[in-house]
Write a new protein. Structure first.
Length: 468
């Protein structure tokens, strides 16, 4: 298919979540399409009608949108194409490439037992039967697979994989109720969508052999196969619930940014030299499906957190403030008018230490506290007459500063300590408690700058008032 424009696809089933492995598959399909100037498509494999609810389909749309991997054309829904799938089966029957199998369930089970005992695949007696011998009872339609030779899957990731045809049974194409099977529907849909590269998880590698036989039977060009290694947990086992987050929704709720996930997922099974951090533009320029490694990739939380911190530090405070607002809303925190501005103003002072947006939400709480603040018991006990006097003098020193910024306030605090003849440690912890109410807060100058002059002095006045 080298002479055709590249067309890739992601084809998830609506199951109620978008697994992170599906997200990585979508990313690799998207990257390769962008790298080659091709087209990235979406197909919803919604043949399981019980699970394929509108809400489950929306999860896929929302997940791809959040990741920034939206398709270039309208999505294709597999279920509504069932008539087309059956049409192809009729064509295969007419070509002599498929047959109707009338084995009863009891006959099929007996044949399975014989096949197991003889070390072969199931062989239906109806494979070469004359049509006039057909009984009047339910049947399935099977592909008439070659009995000898081998089927070769030339995989862009795995290399050449050979399957002995003697070990591939006659695949069911249509069930007794006339519904198409997965392997048939996938082949027909990929062919009709013009898919040139099937990039998916390597748990589908065996399906590639069966699907190749369908392509060959129809005389269709076989796409380029590329089966991606699975994502494992840090312990090397297949990623599961015990490892924590599994879905795109999980990672979003934990406070990871979509650009983080694109960068990190690209590194799971592919890489560009020693580059750990790269833009979408760089990934598109560098990515080639033939560079993907065949070994499973391990989820590394430390690397993911490091990367997320990088992108948090690069993001606009206004955007982060909206994300923090969502986190606080999920905690039933009531935000008042002006609080978003407070969050946005505070973020530059706290984001360097934030691994996630959830960390960021925790870090801005001090600035959102309502006056008068309730001091921790230890801070209350430390408000001795000497401490009250020292903080009162510090309050006057701060109020007299010509500018309210980090350099000015740092210099003022150092000068005040020298004037008092004590180290900053003699009053700094108490000042922090007064300003934050015991909540985590950045350095003193950063805390006061984030709070503003008015709020800082007001919190000091509250703590220093006789009734405090």
């Amino acid at each position: 298919m080298a002479d055709r424009p590249v067309r890739t696809r992601i084809a998830p089933s609506p199951t109620g979540m978008m697994h992170i492995g599906t997200a990585r598959t979508a990313l690799f399909n998207w990257l390769y399409a962008r790298h080659t100037g091709g087209t990235f498509l979406l197909r919803i494999e919604d043949t399981d009608r019980e699970r394929s609810t509108e809400a489950a389909v929306q999860v896929i749309f929302d997940g791809l949108k959040w990741l920034g991997l939206e398709a270039d054309e309208e999505p294709v829904f597999q279920f509504v194409r069932a008539d087309r799938h059956r049409e192809v089966v009729e064509d295969l029957l007419a070509r002599g490439q498929a047959y109707r199998d009338y084995m009863t369930p009891e006959e099929l089970e007996a044949e399975r037992e014989r096949a197991r005992a003889e070390g072969r695949v199931v062989q239906s007696p109806w494979r070469d039967a004359a049509p006039e011998d057909a009984p009047d009872r339910p049947f399935v339609v099977r592909l008439k697979s070659p009995l000898e030779g081998e089927t070769i899957v030339n995989d862009a990731v795995k290399g050449e994989v050979r399957f002995q045809n003697s070990q591939l049974d006659d695949l069911i194409l249509l069930r007794t109720d006339g519904t198409p099977t997965y392997n048939l529907a996938v082949v027909v849909d990929d062919h009709d969508m013009g898919i040139t590269h099937v990039i998916r998880g390597d748990d589908h590698l065996n399906n590639a052999a069966r699907q190749t036989l369908i392509y060959n039977a129809m005389g269709w060009e076989v796409p380029v196969w590329a089966h991606l290694p699975l994502i494992h947990g840090p312990d090397g086992a297949k990623l599961s619930k015990r490892h924590g987050a599994q879905s795109v929704t999980d990672f979003a709720a934990m406070g990871y940014l979509p650009e983080t996930m694109r960068n990190y997922l690209a590194k799971l099974g592919w890489g560009h030299g020693d580059d750990e951090i790269f833009s979408d533009e760089q990934a598109i320029a560098w990515f080639d499906i033939y560079d993907v490694v065949g070994a499973p990739a391990r989820l590394d939380w430390a690397k993911l957190n490091h990367l997320n911190n990088h992108y948090i530090r690069q993001a606009e405070p206004a955007r982060l403030a909206k994300l923090v607002e969502e986190v606080l809303a999920s905690r039933d925190w009531t935000l008042e008018a002006g609080d978003i501005a407070v969050i946005e103003r505070t973020i530059p002072f706290v984001r360097d230490g934030a691994k996630t947006v959830v960390d960021l939400a925790d870090a801005v709480v001090f600035a959102l506290k309502r006056r008068p603040l309730e001091l921790p018991e230890k801070a209350k006990a430390a408000m001795t007459e000497e401490m009250v006097g020292r903080l009162s003098r510090l309050r006057d020193t701060l109020a007299a500063q010509p500018h309210w910024d980090v350099p000015t306030l740092e210099a003022a605090i150092r000068a005040f300590a020298e004037q008092e003849g004590v180290g900053i440690g003699k009053f700094g912890p108490q000042l922090r408690a007064v300003l934050s109410g015991g909540a985590p807060a950045p350095d003193l100058a950063g805390t006061m700058t984030a709070l503003t002059r008015e709020e800082t002095l007001a919190r000091l006045d509250d703590a220093l008032s006789p009734s405090a």
